[in-house]
Design a protein around this ligand. Structure first.
Ligand code: FAD
Length: 561
């Protein structure tokens, strides 16, 4: 059998390597139009920032090393320019010489990836305006950095934009980050992304939200100016466009293969395209969203690698199918780590999927053991207990908790299952009740009707007859509280129940949502019919109210400190 693979990075090379391990006899040709195969795209920002010192570290394999270890016929600088699905051939152009030739195949694998979206604004073709996708892209950026630039503008605050913002800050540039949405890291819900925004600002990154770049123009004498939608402009010696990617499927379209969402390559559960002798893997394909079941695009390295392996498994008669994709992702921005799996509230609301949300703020390990840091964990779940997603920010331990929940989601566990997970524990690593257990337990309480929650965003619609009860200590209360709140520390509540108007609706809050839950249980069992606890306490409310009118009130501002 002869297999031709188009694209020699994550998906394509994962396919080729697995195919060889399953078949010593197959002839496997990998055609890659760039000069590099199997390079570490995900490492590019860290090389730019200097954390990865050697360029060679990014180049995981060469055509020679792949020929030696896997007997692959890897041809770099060879671009596939057309496909003849009926004749089972591809037309190839050798880029250096311009020579064209036809290559036959029994099976073709399209792993052509995605390309950065370039917004249609004047000036994006100027030499100082770049994208970051490939090794030549990072080389071009390094060349600009060698000229001693002082200002950079990054357009887009997704994963790549944020990683490059940090990298350029490390390289001594003043960085402006321009984001069309009213929050950074739009993959997360706004209150979760707030920690990232605060860390960016703490490192003097000039964050411009709800703003877009409208043009880039050269300045006489050198440098650029980026004009913004708010009428202001920012000087730049370097502009990075990081507004997302789109599937690279012109080749497939030219061959008449069926395309789906935003031109992505349509594949079946075995990763076969509309022509069964052609597979598709990686950023180029449309996947199934594991939570909603809807078609989706998830341009991430993990799915690309797994799809490459699954397609090879299927081709060589092994069990292999494309698993629906969760979109599990993580980013580090200075001292903050932010991660997500499944869907957040924003997406669930847009999709009209019924859900509950809980926020918890436990330590990454036992509080009595030195060095514990809080994890801000948000869990989304369906009324039947099915996990729908989770997001977390913090420093250490965020990755572990999101990965555990991603595993639970994939395994179909419910929130009750999360509460019951048995996870590794000793004081330096976690707690006997891990943050994941804790989120599961709180969710379980919600579903059992033992815990009714309110959110910061509900404050504006609160019935004025209801009682706002702050159950923190007087010292905490005096540092700032919600307007009109009554302060009864939860430890005094049983003795001071007569101060809480009988049968009033009571909105309880504390710092993190734990003491307010204890107070809620007291009040509920003593006869108050409607008692609610602030989800995630003031720690969450302070992040949620960034765009709430009440946030401007004097008392609330005090509470936010
Ligand atoms: P690619 O890796 O893009 O490979 C496609 C290849 O096909 C390219 O080399 C291209 O030249 C070649 N090609 C296209 N058309 C042709 C043609 N006609 N003929 C021949 N060759 C062709 N993902 C994560 O999960 N975590 C991360 O931390 C992360 N960080 C990233 C950081 C950066 C800067 C970038 C750019 C991406 C990052 N990603 C990350 C995304 C991840 O790299 C991609 O999801 C993954 O590489 C997709 O693999 P792929 O094989 O589908 O496409």
């Amino acid at each position: 059998m002869k297999v031709v693979v188009v694209g020699g990075v994550a998906g394509g090379m994962s396919f080729a390597a697995r195919a060889r391990r399953l078949s010593e006899d197959a002839k496997i040709v990998v055609l890659e139009r760039d000069a590099y195969v199997s390079f570490a795209n995900c490492g590019l920002p860290y090389y730019l920032g200097g954390e990865i010192a050697e360029r060679e570290s990014l180049l995981l394999n060469t055509a020679q090393s792949l020929a030696a270890s896997l007997a692959l016929d890897v041809r770099t600088g060879h671009e596939v320019i057309s496909i003849d699905p009926l004749g089972r051939t591809v037309r190839v152009r050798e880029r250096a010489s311009g020579r064209e030739y036809t290559e036959g195949y029994d099976t073709l694998v399209l792993a052509t990836g995605a390309e950065p979206v370039v917004p249609p604004i004047p000036g994006v073709d100027l030499p100082g305006v770049r994208v970051l996708r490939t090794v030549p892209d990072v080389d071009a950026l390094q060349a600009i950095l060698a000229g001693g630039p002082r200002h950079a503008v990054i357009v887009g605050s997704g994963f790549i934009g944020l990683e490059v913002a940090e990298a350029l800050h490390h390289r001594g540039l003043a960085v402006t980050l321009v984001e069309l949405a009213d929050q950074v890291l739009p993959a997360l819900d706004p209150e979760m992304a707030r920690a990232v925004e605060l860390d960016l600002r703490a490192h003097q990154i000039d964050v411009r939200l709800a703003t877009s770049a409208t043009s880039v123009r050269p300045v006489p004498g050198g440098g650029l100016v980026v004009e913004l939608s708010d009428g202001r402009s920012v000087p730049a010696d370097l502009v990075l466009l990081a507004v997302g990617v789109r599937p690279q499927t012109a080749l497939a379209a030219g061959a008449g293969l069926a395309l789906g969402v935003r031109g992505a390559l349509l594949v079946d559960e075995y990763l076969r395209t509309s022509v069964s002798s052609i597979y598709g893997v990686g950023d180029a394909i449309q996947v199934v969203d594991a939570v909603t079941g809807a078609p989706a695009l998830v341009p991430l390295a993990g799915p690309a690698n797994r799809q490459g392996r699954a397609a090879a498994n299927h081709l060589f008669g092994r069990p292999g199918a494309a698993t629906p994709v969760l979109g599990t992702a993580i980013v580090r921005v200075f001292e903050t780590v932010a991660a997500t799996t499944g869907h957040g509230e924003k997406v669930l609301e847009t999709a009209g999927i019924a859900h509950h949300v809980v926020h918890v703020h436990p330590g990454d390990h036992a509080g009595y053991y030195p060095g514990a840091h809080p994890i801000h964990l948000k869990l989304m779940f369906a009324p039947d207990g099915r996990i729908l997603g989770a997001q977390a920010t913090g420093s250490t331990g965020v990755d572990k908790r999101i990965d555990v929940i991603a595993t639970a989601l994939r395994a179909g566990l419910s929130v009750q299952g999360l509460a019951d997970l048995e996870l590794a524990y000793a004081p330096p690593f976690g707690s006997a009740k891990d943050p994941v257990n804790m989120a599961g337990s709180v969710a379980e309480n919600v579903l059992a009707g033992d815990l009714n929650l309110w959110r910061g965003t509900d404050l504006a619609g609160r019935d004025p007859e209801s009682v706002l009860l702050d159950v923190r200590s007087p010292a905490e209360f005096n540092t700032g509280h919600l307007p009109g709140a009554l302060n009864i520390p939860h430890t005094h509540l049983r003795a001071r129940l007569d101060e809480v108007p009988a049968s009033a609706s009571v909105w309880v809050y504390c710092a993190s949502g734990f003491r307010s839950y204890l107070a809620l249980r007291v009040l509920r069992q003593r006869g108050w019919p409607d008692v609610r606890s602030l989800s995630g306490g003031l720690l969450t409310l302070q992040r949620e109210l960034a765009d709430c009118e009440l946030a401007q009130s004097g008392d609330l501002l005090a509470a936010r400190r």
